[in-house]
Design a binder for this molecule. Structure first.
Ligand code: CU
Length: 169
């Protein structure tokens, strides 16, 4: 089933198949979850992903959790007197038929008190809790420090990523 869903996602994503990596539940689809690698000693990380909804589905992200961190919060960035600051959100409303991108300098998921540094190439389990869709669990890939997008973000064709995501297991 999982392989089927992934294969379907790849079909839809052509020609950007290199970055197909998504999980759906009840009209909500999470695409390309990723986190940034953290330096030794850092105990805070950030996760980014895209939340898409079907035309008839609106939902609200109410919380998130991860075994990799003690505490997980939904954050946004706001401008305060010309200074970019992070602010915690109680939730994130996603309108029907929309795509909401959590990305660097925008809304993001913050991981506090990491149990260990996030290493490039690893993956981190992340569960997003939606009001209607319920919990949606994804594996976020750990991208290099300073990355501004998920693997394949720049659309590199034929990256090893494609084969990896079509594995049937
Ligand atoms: Cu934050």
């Amino acid at each position: 089933m999982r392989a089927l869903v992934l294969a379907f996602g790849l079909l839809l994503a052509v020609p950007a198949a290199a970055s197909a990596h998504e999980v759906s539940s009840k009209g909500v689809t999470i695409s390309h979850p990723w986190v940034r690698a953290t330096p030794t000693g850092a105990n805070v990380g950030a996760a980014f992903l895209e939340i898409k909804t079907d035309a008839s589905t609106s939902d609200r992200l109410t919380s998130a959790s991860s075994p990799a961190a003690e505490r997980v919060e939904i954050h946004t960035h706001i401008m305060d007197n010309g200074v970019m600051k992070m602010r915690r959100l109680e939730g994130l409303d996603i309108a029907a038929g929309s795509s909401h991108m959590l990305k660097p300098m925008g809304d993001h998921i913050m991981l506090f008190n990491l149990k260990q540094p996030l290493k490039e190439g690893d993956s981190v389990d992340l569960t997003l809790n939606f009001e209607k869709a319920g919990p949606v669990s994804v594996k976020a890939t750990v991208e290099p420090m300073g990355a501004m997008g998920p693997h394949g973000f720049k659309g590199q064709p034929g990256s090893g990523d494609t084969a990896q995501h079509t594995h049937d297991h």
